[in-house]
Design a protein around this ligand. Structure first.
Ligand code: 13P
Ligand code: ZN
Length: 269
């Protein structure tokens, strides 16, 4: 029996994750096992779930994350495919709980699917978000083609150069990705160094950060909103590249036009 049986609220969350995973595959951002999703589902965990025995040994997170005491997460499984998760979320991901030492987790349901290799970054970010009282529950790592391509140009890695360029391609980008795109220099995937650099970038007031020559990491209230932010930023990257492919450098909206968007939409930047 699945942990989802007779739990419509938790089921709805997992179904939204599966839907987003399907979009990642359709977008071409999720080759093989590329990308990962974690969602803080603590609010949907009832006493019966709390009493369930673990189905794995306690496993070290690699850091002590004091705000995660008592937290529960859905995690994509390492080496699992988004296109499979879209159809079978509880076979390609699992529900974990953080132990009281805040340094280990154990798998509780449905199957002993090992969490994503990027768990250090995901959990460090959730720990940071809880610490600052954020209502963000979802984090998404994916490999969006055009954004990753742009991260191969050193000019675009300077702070907010790409943010301004992407915002200027189409008015909606600034409205719906209002914190822009932070930058994290290339670091080894899955490493604690990458996790720490990701926190620093998100703390610098970004919802989406670029992992140079690898992908993006996004946080939001729910997984669909995280997907949306990456989608609008990548759409702008695509428009830029289409213009360049037609042989010209796009004008972009003017600073005054972008300022007008900020004013009308009451945006933070
Ligand atoms: P996982 O299969 O471990 O989630 O890794 C995918 C990935 O994109 C690593 O950066
Ligand atoms: Zn990756």
């Amino acid at each position: 029996m699945s942990i989802l049986t007779n739990r419509p609220d938790l089921t709805a969350q997992i179904e939204q994750i599966a839907e987003a995973a399907g979009y990642l595959w359709q977008k071409g951002w999720a080759e093989r096992n590329g990308g990962n999703i974690t969602v803080n589902i603590t609010e949907y965990i009832d006493d019966d779930i709390r009493r369930l025995p673990a189905i794995s040994a306690p496993t070290a997170i690699g850091a002590t994350l004091g705000n995660l005491r008592g937290c529960w997460f859905y995690c994509k499984g390492t080496q699992k495919r988004m296109r499979d998760l879209a159809r079978h979320p509880m076979e390609n991901g699992s529900v974990i709980r953080i132990l009281d030492d805040c340094a280990h987790y154990e798998i509780v349901a449905d199957l002993p699917v090992l969490p994503t290799s990027e768990l250090p970054s995901h959990l460090a970010v959730h720990n940071y978000l809880i610490g600052k009282g954020s209502d963000y529950k979802a984090s998404l790592h994916t490999h969006p083609i055009e954004l990753v391509a742009m991260s191969h140009n050193p000019e675009f890695l300077r702070k907010d150069v790409l943010t301004r360029l992407l915002w200027s391609m189409i008015p909606e980008t600034k409205a719906f990705a209002p914190r822009g795109l932070g930058m994290v220099p290339y670091m080894l995937p899955s490493s604690n160094a990458l996790a720490e650099a990701t926190i620093r970038a998100i703390a610098d007031d970004y919802d989406v950060v670029m992992w140079e020559k690898h992908g993006v990491f996004a946080v939001e209230r729910d997984i669909m909103s995280a997907f949306d932010q990456v989608d609008v930023l990548n759409k702008s990257a695509n428009i830029y590249m289409c213009a360049r492919s037609m042989g010209f450098i796009p004008d972009g909206m003017t600073d005054a036009q972008m300022q007008e968007i900020s004013t009308v939409f009451h945006l933070p930047k």
